[in-house]
Design a protein around this ligand. Structure first.
Ligand SMILES: Nc1nc2c(c(=O)[nH]1)N[C@H]1C(S)=C(S)[C@@H](COP(=O)(O)OP(=O)(O)OC[C@H]3O[C@@H](n4cnc5c(=O)[nH]c(N)nc54)[C@H](O)[C@@H]3O)O[C@H]1N2
Ligand SMILES: Nc1nc2c(c(=O)[nH]1)N[C@H]1C(S)=C(S)[C@@H](COP(=O)(O)OP(=O)(O)OC[C@H]3O[C@@H](n4cnc5c(=O)[nH]c(N)nc54)[C@H](O)[C@@H]3O)O[C@H]1N2
Ligand SMILES: [Mo]
Length: 913
C-alpha cells in the first residue's frame, strides 16, 4: 500500500505500522518503549505523530492505504515532547549525561531539543543493584518502559523480570525482588541491549570512552555459531554485543558468548613455549620458540623413524578453526605419515556422523535451524538447549509460547520439560526402546507417510519385524515410564504437520549411541518429515564451536576432508597428487584406542591440540597412565591445562578471539572468524604452530594463509567446492554442501533424493541393548553427566571469567528422597565412588533428577568427574558412555560443617501456563 509521510509518498507492506512507514520514508520519530523484536505496546507516547489532525502513537497504529502521516505536526509533536518531559522529570540529571549512542532517551531529548524538564519530579532514591557480575541496575534511571520485561519473556523466554511499584516509583525487579544475582536471570544480555535509558547496563558498555576497534566474528564457545561484535579498548575486549544480522542468533546471545571473555587477558595465559629438561618429574620451563620447536621436531622425527609413523597419535581441536584442522590432518598424513588423527567429535557426536550418514547420506543436521520457525511440534531427545545452546533454547521457548507442541525425552526434568506437553522421563540408556516404542505406535495408529515410505525410504519390512517386540507396554517397561507417555508423544509427533527433531548427547554418549541416532531418525522417516518441502528434519545439537568443522576437515582416522574414505584408492590418488605425498592406506586409531595403544607400548608419542584429555576424556586416571607411558607428549593450549601438565613440550596457542579462519556450526553453516585481539606475548595460532613444526621437521604444508588452506580444501572436496573466504566475506555464512561458486549452499537437504547409495532414507531395525555399565548392589546409583549454563566443558575459559561468581564450584544434583535416606542436606559433602575412583562433591537437593540418579558436570579440576566415568563406549564409533556411571554414595560431612553452596542461576522459570 502507499502512504505519505510529510507529504512524500512511500510504499509499505501490508500489516506495516505508522512507525514502519516513517522509517521507510527516512523520517526520524523517536521511540522509547518500542523494540522491533517485541509486540508494540504504545505506552510511552514519545512516538506520537499526526494523522488527519489527530495525534496517534506511531508504533501501534496500523498504516492504511492513502494515509497521510505528519511527523512534524505541531500538536502531536507537543504532546510527544510533553510525555518525554514528564518522563525526564522523574529522572536524576545524570540520565541525560549518558553518551547518546548508549541512550535512546538522550537521543529522544536531543530530537526535541530538551536539556531539562520544566516539571518538578519526585526524586527517587531507589539505589543500584550491582550484585550481578554482568547486569547492573540503576533503579533511578528506570522509566518503566517494560522493554526489559518483554525481552526476557518474548525473546529469551525466561520470565525473570517484572515491573513493581506504582506511578513514578515503578521500577524493574528481577525474580521475587531480591538481589539480581539470586534471580532466575540467565544473563543473556537482552535487557541491557534493549534498555533505552541506561537503567540496565553492563560494565563494558557503561564506560563512555570509545572503542578502538570492533570486529564481527563467530562465537568460539558452543556450536550454535552466534555472530558477535567484539569491541576492543586498550588492547582487551571491552564488550561483546550480538549482531542483529547474525543468521543464527538474530541479535541474541548468552552468558558465555556475550560476557565470558575475560579469559583472553587472564594473567595465566601461556605466552611462551614450555619444555622439560628431564623426565616428567622435572618442571616445565619457558623456552624460546626455536628451542621448543627443535625439541618437538627432533623427538617426533626420532619416534617416527624408530617405531614407525603409527607410533604417533594426534588429536586435533574442535575449538580450532577449519583451516587449522585441515592443516592438522595434513600434518598427520603428510609429515608424520599416519592416519592416527581424531578430534573430540569422537567424544560427543561421532554417533551422529555415522548414524545420520547411514540414514540420510551426510554427516550433519538434515535441515537449517531456520526451519524451526515453521514447526508445529518439537521433539527434543537428550538435549538441554536452555543451558547448552541457550540461544536455540530461547528460540524453542518462543516457538512453544506461540503454540508449537513440545515433547521432551530426558531422564531429568530439564527446564524445557516444564513447558512440555509430554515429558518422557526415561531411564538413562533406554533411548532405543523409547524410539522403537514411538515408531511402533506411529505405524499401528497410521501416522506414517505411506507414499514417502514407498518411494523414498528403505528397510520398512525389517523395521516392522523388530518392532514386534516393542508394543507400548514393553517399550515403556524397558524405559521405566508409563506407556501412555509414549502414546501421547507418538500422537503429537505423528499428527503434527511439520514436526522437528532436536537431539544431543543424551542420545549419542551411550554404549549404543549410533543405534539411538538411527532409531530416532526412523521417526522422521516414518513421518516423511525429512527431505520433503516444508519439513523440519533432524537437528543434531553439535557441541563445540567447530566440532562439525573438525570432522568436516578430515581430522578423523578413516576419513579425509568432506568424509572421503582413506581406503578409497581414487580419493587417495587425488590427495596424493595435490599434496605430493602418500596418504597412508590403513585407517588410524580413534582417541580411546590411542590411549589403549599407548599403555600397551605401541603408541609412543601423543600430539594433542586444544583438548584437555586428562580432564575431559573418560576414566581420566587411565588417560594419565597413557600419557605417562608415552615417550613424548606435545600440547597446544591457551593455559597450562591438566593435559599440558603432562606434556614435554607445550606451545602457547590463541583462542578464536585472536585468529582468522572459519567455523562450521551445528546446522552446517560455514562462518567467518576474524581476529579482534593481538596474541599476548609470543602466543601463536594453531595454524602458525603447525606450519612452524612442519618446517622444523623439514616439511612444507603449503597453504600459507587460512584463506589458502580453505581454497586447497575446497579444491579437493566436492561438498565444499563453492566455499571460500572471499565469498563468505561478501555473502555471509554458507551451508555445506556447496558444490560450486554459483551455488547458495543447501540448508534443507535431500529434497530430490537422499545421499545414500540407493538414494533412499534408510530405516534401521535395531533392538534395545542394555548400557555398557550396569548398577549393582555395590554401585546402586546412576551418575549422569552433562552441562550447566555458566561453564563450558573443561572450564578452562569460563572459570577465568566472572562466570565463576555465578557458579563457583562443582555441585552434585540429588533427589530429596535420596538425600533424606543418606541424611544429606543442601551443601553437605558426599563421596561418589565408581568402580574406578572416588570424588567428593557438595550436594544440591533438586527434583530435576529422579531418585536413584544423580547429575553433575566435569568443568573443575579439583572435582575430577571423569576419574569416575568408564571406558565403555558406543560399539560402532567408540563414543564414550559419559551419560551412565554406576556409583555408590557415602556422606562425608553433614549438618553444620557443610559448605555453603552458592548456586548459580542455572535454570530459569517456566513461562506462564
Ligand atoms: N553451558 C555449556 N554449553 C555447552 C557446553 C558446556 O560445557 N556448557 N558444551 C558444549 C558441548 S561440547 C556439547 S557436546 C553440547 C552438549 O549439549 P547437550 O547434549 O544438550 O548437553 P548434555 O547436558 O551433555 O546432555 C543433554 C541431556 O541428555 C540427558 N540424558 C542423559 N542420558 C540420557 C538418555 O539416556 N536418554 C535421553 N533421552 N537423555 C539423556 C541429560 O539429562 C541432559 O539433560 O553443549 C555445548 N554447549
Ligand atoms: N563426564 C563427561 N565428560 C565429558 C562430556 C560429558 O558429557 N560428560 N562431554 C564430552 C564432550 S561432548 C566434549 S566436546 C569434551 C570437551 O572436552 P575438551 O575439548 O577437552 O574441553 P574444552 O574446554 O572445550 O577445550 C579443551 C582445551 O582447548 C583449549 N582451547 C580453547 N580454544 C583453543 C584454540 O583455539 N586452540 C587451542 N590449541 N586450544 C584451545 C582450552 O583452553 C581447553 O584447555 O568433553 C567430553 N567430556
Ligand atoms: Mo561436545
Amino acid at each position: 500500500m502507499r502512504v505519505t509521510v510529510d507529504r512524500v509518498g512511500v510504499e509499505v507492506a501490508d500489516g506495516a505500522t505508522v512507525l514502519d512507514a516513517t522509517r521507510a520514508a527516512g523520517a526520524v520519530v523517536p521511540t522509547l518503549c518500542y523494540d522491533e523484536r517485541l509486540t508494540p505496546q504504545g505506552s510511552c507516547r514519545v512516538c506520537l505523530v499526526g494523522v488527519r489532525g489527530r495525534a496517534v502513537p506511531a508504533c501501534t497504529t496500523p498504516a492504511a492505504d492513502g494515509m497521510e502521516i505528519a511527523t512534524d505536526e505541531a500538536a502531536a509533536r507537543e504532546a510527544a515532547q510533553l510525555a518525554l518531559e514528564l518522563l525526564v522529570s522523574q529522572l536524576p540529571a545524570r540520565a541525560l549525561d549518558i553518551p547518546a549512542e548508549h541512550s535512546e532517551l538522550v537521543r529522544a531529548c536531543q530530537h526535541f531539543g530538551l536539556t531539562a524538564s520544566r516539571f518538578d519530579g519526585a526524586t527517587r532514591n531507589a539505589g543500584v543493584d550491582h550484585s550481578h557480575p554482568y547486569v547492573k541496575l540503576d533503579r533511578d534511571l528506570c522509566i518503566a518502559c517494560n522493554r526489559c520485561v518483554r525481552i526476557c519473556a518474548e525473546v529469551q523466554g525466561t520470565f525473570a523480570l517484572s515491573l513493581a511499584g506504582r506511578g513514578f516509583d515503578t521500577v524493574v525487579v528481577a525474580g521475587v525482588g531480591g538481589p539480581w544475582v539470586s534471580s532466575p536471570c540467565v544473563a543473556c544480555g537482552g535487557c541491557v541491549d534493549t534498555c533505552p535509558s541506561g537503567a540496565l547496563t553492563e560494565p563494558g558498555l557503561s564506560d563512555p570512552r570509545p572503542f578502538s576497534r570492533t570486529t564481527t566474528t563467530t562465537c568460539g564457545y558452543c556450536g550454535v555459531g552466534c555472530t558477535l561484535r567484539v569491541h576492543v579498548r586498550d588492547g582487551a575486549v571491552a564488550a561483546i554485543t550480538p549482531a542483529r544480522e547474525g543468521p543464527v542468533n538474530r541479535g541474541h546471545a548468552c552468558v558465555k558468548g556475550r560476557f565470558a571473555h575475560a579469559f583472553a587477558r587472564s594473567r595465566d595465559r601461556l605466552t611462551t613455549p614450555l619444555v622439560r629438561d628431564g623426565g616428567r618429574d622435572s618442571p616445565l620451563r619457558p623456552a624460546s620458540w626455536q628451542e621448543a620447536l627443535t625439541v618437538a621436531a627432533t623427538r617426533l622425527a626420532a619416534i617416527r623413524d624408530r617405531h614407525g609413523p603409527d607410533a604417533i597419535g594426534m588429536i586435533s581441536s574442535a575449538r580450532a578453526t577449519n583451516e587449522e584442522n585441515y592443516l592438522a590432518q595434513k600434518f598427520a598424513r603428510v609429515v608424520l605419515g599416519t592416519n592416527n588423527i581424531d578430534n573430540c567429535s569422537r567424544l560427543c557426536h561421532a554417533p551422529s556422523a555415522v548414524g545420520l550418514t547411514a540414514a540420510f547420506g551426510h554427516a550433519g543436521s538434515t535441515n537449517s535451524v531456520d526451519d524451526l520457525d515453521h514447526t508445529d511440534c518439537i521433539l527434543i531427545a537428550g538435549a538441554n538447549p536452555t543451558e547448552a545452546h541457550p540461544v536455540i533454547g530461547a528460540r524453542i521457548k518462543q516457538l512453544v509460547l506461540r503454540g508449537a507442541r513440545l515433547i521432551v525425552i530426558d531422564p531429568r526434568r530439564i527446564d524445557l520439560a516444564e513447558m512440555a506437553d509430554v515429558h518422557i522421563q526415561a531411564e538413562p540408556g533406554s533411548n532405543v526402546a523409547v524410539f522403537n516404542g514411538i515408531a511402533r505406535i506411529l505405524i499401528d495408529e497410521g501416522h506414517t507417510d505411506e507414499e514417502f515410505l514407498r518411494t523414498r525410504a528403505s528397510g520398512l519390512a525389517e523395521l516392522i519385524a523388530v518392532l514386534a517386540d516393542y508394543p507400548p507396554n514393553q517399550a515403556a517397561r524397558l524405559a521405566g515410564v508409563a506407556p501412555e507417555a509414549l502414546v501421547a508423544a507418538a500422537r503429537l509427533y505423528g499428527t503434527a504437520r511439520r514436526p522437528a527433531i532436536v537431539y544431543g548427547l543424551g542420545v549419542t554418549e551411550h554404549a549404543h549411541g549410533t543405534d539411538g541416532v538411527r532409531t530416532l531418525s526412523n521417526l522422521a522417516i516414518l513421518k516423511g518429515a525429512v527431505g520433503t518441502p516444508g519439513c523440519c528434519g533432524v537437528l543434531s545439537m553439535r557441541g563445540q564451536n567447530n566440532v562439525q568443522g573438525a570432522s568436516d576437515m578430515g581430522a578423523l582416522p578413516d576419513l579425509l576432508p568432506g568424509y572421503q574414505r582413506v581406503t578409497d584408492p581414487d580419493v587417495r590418488a587425488r590427495f596424493n597428487q595435490a599434496w605430493r605425498a602418500e596418504v597412508p592406506v590403513r585407517p588410524g586409531l580413534r582417541i580411546l584406542d590411542m590411549f589403549a595403544s599407548a599403555i600397551a607400548g605401541r603408541v609412543r608419542a601423543m600430539y594433542v591440540i586444544g583438548e584437555d584429555i586428562a580432564q575431559t576424556d573418560p576414566d581420566s586416571n587411565n588417560v594419565r597412565r597413557a600419557l605417562a607411558a608415552c615417550d613424548l607428549v606435545i600440547n597446544h593450549d591457551l593455559f597450562l591445562s591438566s593435559t599440558a601438565e603432562h606434556a614435554d613440550v607445550v606451545f602457547p596457542a590463541v583462542p578464536f578471539l585472536d585468529k582468522e579462519g572459519t567455523f562450521v556450526n551445528f546446522d552446517r553453516r560455514v562462518q567467518r572468524v576474524r581476529p579482534a585481539l593481538d596474541p599476548p606475548g609470543q602466543a601463536r595460532s594453531d595454524f602458525d604452530i603447525l606450519h612452524l613444526l612442519a618446517r622444523a621437521m623439514g616439511a612444507d604444508l603449503g597453504c600459507s594463509t587460512p584463506a589458502e588452506a580453505m581454497a586447497e580444501c575446497a579444491a579437493l572436496t566436492p561438498t565444499f567446492a563453492g566455499i571460500s573466504h572471499a565469498r563468505l566475506d561478501v555473502e555471509g555464512p554458507l551451508h555445506w554442501p556447496c558444490r560450486g561458486i554459483d551455488e547458495p549452499g543447501e540448508g534443507r537437504l535431500y529434497l530430490d533424493s537422499f545421499a545414500t547409495p540407493d538414494g533412499r532414507a534408510a530405516l534401521a531395525a535395531r533392538p534395545y541393548l542394555p548400557p555398557g555399565e550396569q548398577p549393582s548392589n555395590s554401585f546402586p546409583y546412576i551418575l549422569i553427566t552433562g552441562r550447566r549454563l555458566s561453564h563450558y566443558n573443561s572450564g578452562s575459559m569460563s572459570r577465568r571469567t566472572p562466570n565463576q561468581q555465578l557458579h563457583p564450584h562443582e555441585i552434585l544434583d540429588m533427589h530429596p528422597d535420596d538425600a533424606a535416606r543418606l541424611g544429606l542436606t543442601n551443601g553437605d559433602l558426599v563421596e561418589v565412588t565408581s568402580r574406578r575412583a572416588t570424588v567428593t562433591y557438595p550436594v544440591r537437593l533438586t527434583k530435576t533428577v529422579s531418585p536413584g540418579q544423580i547429575f553433575t558436570t566435569f568443568g573443575f579440576p579439583d572435582t575430577p568427574t571423569n576419574a569416575l566415568t568408564s571406558d565403555a563406549a558406543d560399539t560402532e564409533t567408540g563414543c564414550p558412555e559419559y551419560k551412565i556411571t554406576a556409583v555408590s554414595l557415602n556422606p562425608v560431612i553433614t549438618g553444620s560443617e557443610s559448605l555453603a553452596v552458592v548456586l548459580g542461576p542455572s535454570t530459569s522459570k517456566p513461562g506462564p501456563s
